[in-house]
Ligand binder design. Sequence first.
Ligand code: TPP
Ligand code: MG
Length: 630
Amino acid sequence: MTAHTSTTRLTVAQALVRFLAAQYTERDGVRRRLIGATWGIFGHGNVAGIGQALVEYADVMPYHQGRNEQAMVHAAVGYARQSNRLSTHAVTTSIGPGATNLVTGAALATINHVPVLLLPGDVFAARPADPVLQQLEVPYAGDVSVNDCLRPVSRYFDRITRPEALIPAALNAMRVLTDPVETGAVTLALPQDVQAEAYDWPEEFFAERTWAVRRPGADPAELAEAVTAIRAARRPLLIAGGGVHHSRAEEALAEFASATGIPVASTQAGKGSLRFDHPQDVGGIGHTGTATACELARTADLVIGVGTRYTDFTTASGTLFQHPGVRFLNLNIAPFDGHKLAGTPLIADARSGLAELTEALAMHGHRVDAAYAAEYTEDKERWEQRVDACYEADEPDVRPTQPQVLGVLDTLVDETDIVINAAGSLPGDLHKLWRARSRDQYHLEYGYSCMGYEIPAAVGVKLAAPERPVWALVGDGTYLMMPTEIVTAVQEGIAIKVVILQNHGYASIGGLSESVGAERFGTAYRFPSDDGTYTGPPLPVDLAANAASLGMRVLRARTVAGLRDALAEARAADTPTCVYVETKTTDTVSGAPPAQAWWDVPVAETATRPSAVKARELYERHVSTRRRHL
Ligand SMILES: Cc1ncc(C[n+]2csc(CCOP(=O)(O)OP(=O)(O)O)c2C)c(N)n1
Ligand SMILES: [Mg+2]
């Protein structure tokens, strides 16, 4: 330390908490706290370090008490996504199982490009008495701890083995969290002895620091090439991905679509980029998409991907785009995604890039053919009628189907409501059916499709948007996976709404299992029958009573009419409220329209059971339609 620098003596944990409280982001003239709060579950490895620092600095760093470490990450992701990635939470854990419980949450954050800061405790750096409680011993590598599991799922990983190493590590962590290309889970593993160690920190380390979140514009040559490609296309289709939301490019997209007449389909992460009733919105794309979007994709000669990763659900596992001369133009801030499907890259922020495209095309007065526009307008109208038919419930006194539950909710929400889901048969139904009324109403986590994300994410979303109705829609299997953060919602009076759709097991995987010749094996929540399969009576499990036991107010809905009353009451509630409903099963998985495009789930190449043999024949027919775009 140079003589003229003033210093403050603090522990590493205290210094980190003070540092985090002074970090800000700025974009489009809006400045906000980068780390809005810290979630924590304490044990050895953080109780005396970060735990002590959080009580010492409670005035500058809000704290939330979690129940499960994975759930804390989900809450942080929900908060960050609702904050347009400009603010997030930190998550502190003890060493060992508390730390490894972070892995699933970290993978989810990184895959979805959502920032979260993870602070797992780690074994002693000085190693005075190995092994400590919960320490993994690796005979061939003395520097490995269980926290190394977090390396592949983190966009930045560092282990703070000396106090002064915190300075570059903390700055790198902030750089990655606020970088629109790099962002995801950032892990600073904190050996428990180092957390408690004191050091003389330069005062500048604690000064307020603002991280500008950049919006790079397009390279002129790439822009010119993009304009040429769009002008030459007869049947262009735009696919809006999650990047449109991250960049807050929805208005720029609406202007582009209105000006050019190019139809816009959306991925799970991108849905809501256009309002459902925008003339160019053709709904979800791919395996869970609408007939309108899938048909346009099959015949498109130019696919303009904006902020999309082109997952297998989007591309129907490589079978969706069938025009012989189809080309891809990819507007993406990440070169990695911009080059996918041998596309023409347009590397830029989605909002900047779309605005530049709109302006350049306007000079040519570019617009798609009227016949093309008439074609998708008609198809869009036809799909809306199918949605109406799924939503309608003629008999108010019987159990609703799953789409009818969505239909009732559809009549109650306005543009302020936020609907959260991640796994089961709901993502498919929602992608096909949901009418997104505002840019952030549709909150699907489908990068990792992690059962259990919904309830903790709702808590995080509600913390970021306290005035808005926030709904976690969960299947019964998903509810059982992670109801833990209900307790946090009750403790802190976070008025989330949880809707449990009971169908006695994994309806989605059951349907998939049947289609691949696995005969629904192990997918229903039923007692075993004589042949050893679980096909006996349903289990006497009462999830409504379970939610009530955790402190939630619970409304049981037995009929369509009862559901309407319960959802309306839940919507008006200002305390955490649960609606429990048994859904009626139908011949498709849930009563929604069947898949309009394929999804590759490899089927047994040899089997004795006829169901599998038949499934394989169909599988091979689908595989033969796959294309490699070069
Ligand atoms: C953590 C996790 N484990 C396993 C899966 C695989 N999986 C996807 S959907 C599903 C079943 C979901 O059941 P439920 O929530 O009841 O919804 P339903 O299928 O009945 O609509 C499973 C096991 C997953 N997505 N996430
Ligand atoms: Mg279920």
